[in-house]
Design a binder for this molecule. Structure first.
Ligand code: ATP
Ligand code: MG
Length: 532
């Protein structure tokens, strides 16, 4: 069991939690919900002990398995090591032992320390760590040859599996997952759902994915009004319960307002008269009734609209025989296409099929955007007249350098823009007032994505290349993006696993199969009709 008592947390003027007390019971599977920036990741860090709350206490089991929201954090480590790091005391002991052995002049003290370390390693099953980790990885469908690779070489869906293995390593009594379905394709999400429903410890999963939450969770802990309320049932049941509670509150308020009006009328009529004590007591009552106002709803909608400074030429992009290998593996096999102005192309297909790779191949020929250390192996790419690309990369967090205010970060992309315009754009993307002064390293996952949209709104490109832009976004923001992309008059290349978005935005599809890319001119509806 995990139990939280009287926890409070705030950043500057922003209160995230006020006196929160709640418990998480074994055998139940909790969804932790709330809009972008509500404090879900922060709360999870408080649960794991990574963050100390400003007030209150947390009691937790000895072993917790954790999947963090930043799934790129282990890119420089080997896959197998990443899994073993899931057992922190063991990993620390192994590293220290290696350091001592690497030192040619070992002292007596070093020798004693080695003895202690071997003790820890034994207790934590360190001698079978590599094979235990390999068994977990195999179970999660990460084949042997990948175990020695660096995390950075894996694609998104595989990374999540490795990070799950890390969370499960050492048999934790509770599993805490921050947005585990980001970067996963539909098949992998279904696999994860089955996997989690058979987990028998305490599960807490943060997600914006309604379908996922409904199928996995038995309870929903919702962050709202700076507190956490736990409802029985999945996401939809929570929304229903909340709506009913809200309707009741609203009718109570309507009654209260009627009462206030009556009291005020009495006060107005007799204020000058002889009944002054009754007037005073009624005034007090009005005050009491008024302080009990309905808390503001936590749901806010960003407003996204992409304009172009000027349109591109009619022929936006032409590429021939684009080919790309990773080692022996051919990921893109001689794909050719022409793209015309105004086309909205969705790239769809399984994890690892090569969608991000193709985008990077196309970008290698565009000045200023080429990814470091990236080149196509053969083929040609031409961008047309006046092509101006706005790029939303998959790992959007790494493109926002730390140490700047949100407003300064945005301003650098168009230094001659007026501060009012910068503030206007920030405001429409929900960074109003003091939020614009927030430092870039403090941003939540959804806030990083929203800030990147601010950049695209400000710089007004005529081509948008978006690689899984809806990961980390809450429902309101996904909706705003959907509408903005439909209205955009430029050209769009979009990778997404979100079927609503594909349905409503795409005019053309590039469907990645195992051996080839299918180029289909027409919306998703039509493609489904032909392939079902
Ligand atoms: N060190 C910090 N200093 C100031 N503000 C912070 C800091 N860390 C987090 N915040 C702010 O606290 C709020 C909650 O952040 P958190 O990452 O917990 O949100 P979240 O609910 O996980 O959002 P998302 O759905 O986008 O991942 C955000 O507005 C964030 O900017
Ligand atoms: Mg978060």
């Amino acid at each position: 069991m995990i139990s939280v008592s009287n926890v409070s947390m705030r950043y500057g003027a922003k209160v995230l939690f006020e006196e929160v007390s709640t418990t998480f019971t074994p055998g139940r599977r909790y969804g932790l919900t709330g809009p972008n920036g509500a404090g879900k990741s922060t709360f999870m860090k408080i649960l794991t002990g990574e963050l100390e709350p400003q007030k209150g206490t947390v009691v937790r089991p000895r072993k917790l398995g954790v999947l963090r929201q930043d799934q790129f954090a282990f890119d420089s480590h080997r896959v197998i090591d990443t899994v073993i790091m899931g057992n922190q005391p063991l990993w620390a002991a192994l590293e220290e032992r290696d350091r001592i052995y690497a030192n040619p002049e070992m002292t007596d003290q070093d020798g004693m320390r080695l003895g202690e370390l071997e003790g820890t390693i034994g207790e934590e099953d360190g001698y079978t760590a590599e094979s235990d980790a390999a068994v977990l990885l195999d179970g999660l469908d990460i084949p042997e040859p990948l175990h020695e690779r660096k995390m950075g070489e894996l694609q998104g869906g595989q990374k999540v599996r490795v990070l799950l293995a890390q969370a499960l390593f050492g048999k934790p009594q509770a599993l805490l997952l921050d947005e585990p379905t980001n970067y996963l394709d539909l098949d992998s999400i279904h696999w994860l759902q089955d996997f989690l429903t058979s987990y028998d410890g305490t599960l807490i999963a943060i997600s914006h994915d309604r379908h996922f939450l409904n199928s996995v969770t038995t309870h929903t802990a919702d962050i709202d009004y700076q507190t956490i309320i736990t409802y029985a049932g999945g996401y939809d049941e929570m929304v229903l319960a909340k709506t009913q509670i809200r309707a009741r509150l609203e009718s109570e308020i309507a009654q209260r307002e009627k009462k206030i009006a009556q009291l005020n009328e009495f006060i107005a009529r007799f204020a000058a008269g002889t009944r002054s004590s009754q007037v005073t007591s009624r005034r007090k009552e009005v005050e009491r009734l008024q302080t009990n106002e309905l808390a503001r709803s936590n749901i806010q909608r960003p407003y996204i609209r992409f304009d172009q400074t000027r349109p591109s030429g009619k022929h936006v992009l032409e590429f021939k025989h684009v080919t790309r290998y990773y080692g022996e593996l051919e990921v893109i096999d001689g794909f050719s296409a022409n793209v015309l102005r105004g086309e909205k192309i969705c790239l769809m297909g399984r994890n690892g099929a090569g969608k991000t790779t193709l985008l990077k191949c196309l970008l290698t020929n565009y000045p200023g955007l080429a990814e470091k250390d990236f080149a196509l192996d053969s083929g040609t790419v031409f961008w047309g007249h006046e092509a101006q690309i706005g790029y939303f990369p998959q790992d959007v967090g790494s493109t926002i350098e730390p140490g700047l205010s949100v407003a300064d970060w945005l301003h650098q992309w168009k230094p001659d823009a007026h501060m009012e315009d910068i503030r206007g754009i920030l405001g429409q993307m929900l960074f109003s007032g003091e939020e614009g002064a927030k430092l870039t390293q403090a941003l939540s996952g959804g806030e990083q994505a929203r800030l990147t949209f601010c950049k695209l709104i400000l710089t007004k490109p005529n081509i948008l290349i978006l690689d899984e832009p809806t990961n980390h976004l809450d429902l309101e923001a996904i909706n705003a993006l959907n509408i903005a992309l439909q209205r955009y008059e430029g050209t769009v290349l979009l990778v997404t696993h979100d079927h609503d978005l594909i349905d409503e935005v795409a005019t053309r599809l590039w469907i990645f199969h195992d051996d080839a890319i299918q180029d289909f001119s027409g919306p998703y509806e039509e493609w489904k009709g032909k392939h079902s």
